[in-house]
Design a protein around this ligand. Structure first.
Ligand code: CDP
Length: 225
């Protein structure tokens, strides 16, 4: 089968917009593969911090990406045999990810790994540049957003549930700083691509967002039959 015939739902959006939760549920509903592209940037940040590499050393980051020994199995992520799915959700690796992600060489080094997730019967991929760079030919493109305050609240709840002691004002500041860093970078900046559908989740719950995306996808699928 020609790889370009395998459907992709690409979901981009800012930090804590709910992309991960929504993308995972959409993929489960359709029986599709799921790519959480942010986890790759988080894994590179984790590895770099562990070996004491400078997060501004592009060559060192590229090397880390090339030899990254990672296996994704369902919700599990193994780095060199160690289970790290929960660990990489910590804010320190989210902020580290945002720093390493600004390097074009690192982004290039991660491209093939991301495209390799496009397998039968289809893929749901979330990140910042799924619509623009990684899967420009995606079947459905979504830009998921919400106000910074609502996103801070969601991230706060998520971290509290994980037992991380956090301050909501600090989270809001971090989200605004991350939005800024992700939006002004030269390569693959965070912005809505022209051909994507805007979904503002400020007043919607997870089920409503998932259903909205599934409806849009089924309308496209019906049209293409
Ligand atoms: O949802 P949240 O932003 O907290 O985390 P994430 O999606 O795991 O992404 C972490 C960081 O990785 C983001 O702040 C982006 O800077 C970067 N990233 C990126 O540049 N490109 C992607 N496709 C995914 C994430």
């Amino acid at each position: 089968m020609n790889i370009s015939n395998i459907p992709v739902i690409a979901i981009d959006g800012p930090s804590a917009s709910g992309k991960g939760t929504v993308a995972q549920l959409v993929s489960e509903n359709l029986g599709f593969q799921y790519l959480d592209s942010g986890s790759l940037y988080r894994l590179v940040a984790l590895k770099a911090i562990r070996i004491g590499a400078d997060l501004n050393d592009e060559k060192a980051l590229e090397n880390i990406a090339q030899i990254l020994d990672v296996t994704f199995t369902g919700r599990k992520i193994q780095l060199g045999g160690e289970e790290v799915a929960d660990l990489i959700r910590q804010e320190v690796y989210g902020n580290g990810a945002s720093k390493v992600a600004a390097h074009p060489g690192l982004r290039e080094a991660l491209l093939d790994r991301q495209r390799a997730f496009r397998k039968d019967p289809g893929l749901v991929a979330d990140g910042r540049d799924m619509c623009s760079v990684v899967f420009p030919d995606a079947t459905l493109k979504i830009f998921l957003t919400a106000t910074p305050e609502v996103r801070a609240e969601r991230r706060y709840k998520q971290l509290m549930e994980k037992g991380e002691g956090v301050n909501i004002n600090k989270i809001l500041k971090d989200i605004e700083a991350r939005d800024k860093r992700d939006s002004i970078r030269i390569v693959a900046p965070l912005k809505q691509s022209k051909d994507s559908n805007l979904v503002d989740t400020t007043l919607l719950n997870v089920t409503e967002v998932v259903n909205k995306i599934l409806k849009q996808y089924s309308e496209i699928s019906i049209k293409s039959i």
